[in-house]
Design a binder for this molecule. Structure first.
Ligand code: DSN
Length: 422
């Protein structure tokens, strides 16, 4: 980060400024494969760092508890209208601070403590907030959990239906954090209707793919759509809840005053910009490229003998089981990091290892796609991963350093959005 890029910060707090500069360099020089991460545009960055930060705005546009909302109301109303237009929903709430509070608001709106709720188990690819035990959602509510088939790695919709009919949960969540395959929202819808449950699609990972037409939309099939705004959707860190008109009041009340105080107006502005960007034709190209890159990367990894959960991917995400390579996920993730390739270690379904030291790694293509890498680059990426995993097995540090230099060369040729060219 140069002083001219953030001159005030550099002058006032050079120590902190140096950390930001180092992070900019890291993000510029590394191949970022964590599927929940991305690069926001310079416009989103600017909108997220404005004087909107200075304003308290408890309430909703036109119904606030503080004066001086002339401009804030316009910002939030614009974000709401853009969300409604992009996703084709009756109602949108753009105030949740992030995905976990958004999901907690859903519980507050539709369930009481102790009620049964249902979601995908975390080690199977679900999310903490879908009723997993260590989360408040699994201790304040009675979480019952579905998974994937041991044979196929795919959701077994018959098993989901059986569990839903046996348990009659108040809420069913579909979606997750390590699901490489298309979610069948229609199937979940008929299960939820039969069980008398409120159906929530947590599309945090795939919201950008849905907006760009690269994954089917849950709208029309579910009661509530919950999403973060910073993954494939490429906005600032935040979240949105979208729903049919009949649920609007309950959800708004749950977000504020139920759970939160004043919305983060600077984030709302960033969300509005991201939604505007996501409505452009170039975003459709990006969303399809994310999926094409993931499919090409999966094919190249399979060619190199890797085991992929479910055998491949339909979306932006690949879950690799490294058991057959004789390397634990954490060891591989740390070696890849030293090679300039940033991933996260992850459990695989039916993982015999512990969550903090699991068998797999999770990778994805949103960030590299935002940098303009295409399917032609995916064999190179797969080869780097293969070499780094082998180097991890042999503790071959020179091999990792060599990959890091190759990665930095390719990254230098593909500047990341929002980052200085240097
Ligand atoms: N932390 C997010 C992810 O990486 O998928 C989920 O909350």
């Amino acid at each position: 980060m140069s002083a001219s890029r953030h001159p005030a910060l550099t002058a006032v707090d050079p120590e902190l400024a140096s950390f930001v500069a180092a992070e900019e360099t890291l993000q510029a020089q590394t191949l970022r494969l964590i599927p929940s991460e991305n690069y926001v545009s310079a416009a989103v960055l600017e909108a997220s760092g404005t004087v909107l930060q200075n304003k308290y705005s408890e309430g909703y546009p036109g119904r606030r508890y503080y004066e001086g909302q002339q401009n804030i109301d316009r910002v939030e109303a614009l974000a709401v209208e853009r969300a409604k237009g992009l996703f084709g929903v009756d109602h949108a709430n753009v105030q949740p601070y992030s995905g976990s509070p958004a999901n907690l608001a859903v519980y507050l709106a539709f369930a009481k403590p102790g009620d049964t709720v249902m979601g995908m188990a975390l080690p199977m690819g679900g999310h903490l907030t879908h009723g997993w035990g260590v989360s408040a959602t699994g201790s304040w509510f009675r979480g019952v959990q579905y998974g994937v088939s041991a044979e196929t790695g795919l959701i077994d919709y018959d098993a989901v239906r059986e569990l839903a009919l046996a348990e009659r949960p108040k809420i069913i969540f579909c979606g997750g954090t390590a699901l490489p395959r298309t979610i069948d929202f229609e199937a979940f819808s008929s299960i939820a209707q039969e069980a008398g449950s409120v159906l929530v699609a947590d599309v945090a990972h795939i919201a950008g793919l849905i907006a760009g037409g690269a994954h089917p939309s849950p709208v029309g099939h579910v009661d509530v759509v919950s999403t973060t705004t910073h993954k494939t959707l490429r906005g600032p860190r935040g979240a949105m809840l979208m729903c049919k008109e009949e649920h609007a009041k309950a959800l708004d009340k749950a977000v504020f005053p139920g759970l939160q105080g004043g919305p983060h107006n600077q984030t709302t502005a960033g969300i509005a910009v991201a939604l505007h960007e996501a409505a452009q034709p170039s975003f459709v190209t990006y969303a399809h490229a994310v999926v094409a890159n993931a499919k090409a990367l999966a094919a190249a990894l399979l060619e190199r003998g890797f085991d992929l959960v479910s055998g491949g991917t339909d979306n932006h995400l690949i879950l690799m089981d490294l058991t057959s390579r004789g390397v634990a996920g954490k060891v591989a993730a740390k070696a890849l990091d030293r090679a300039g390739i940033v991933v996260n270690y992850n459990t695989v379904p039916f993982d015999p290892r512990k969550p903090f030291d699991p068998s797999g790694i999770r990778i994805g293509t949103p960030s590299l796609t935002s940098r303009g890498l295409g399917t032609d680059h995916m064999p190179v990426v797969a080869e780097w991963i293969s070499r780094a995993v082998d180097a991890a097995a042999k503790s071959d540090e020179p091999a990792l350093a060599a990959i890091r230099a190759e990665v930095a060369d390719l990254m230098a040729a593909h500047p990341a959005p929002g980052l200085p060219l240097s």
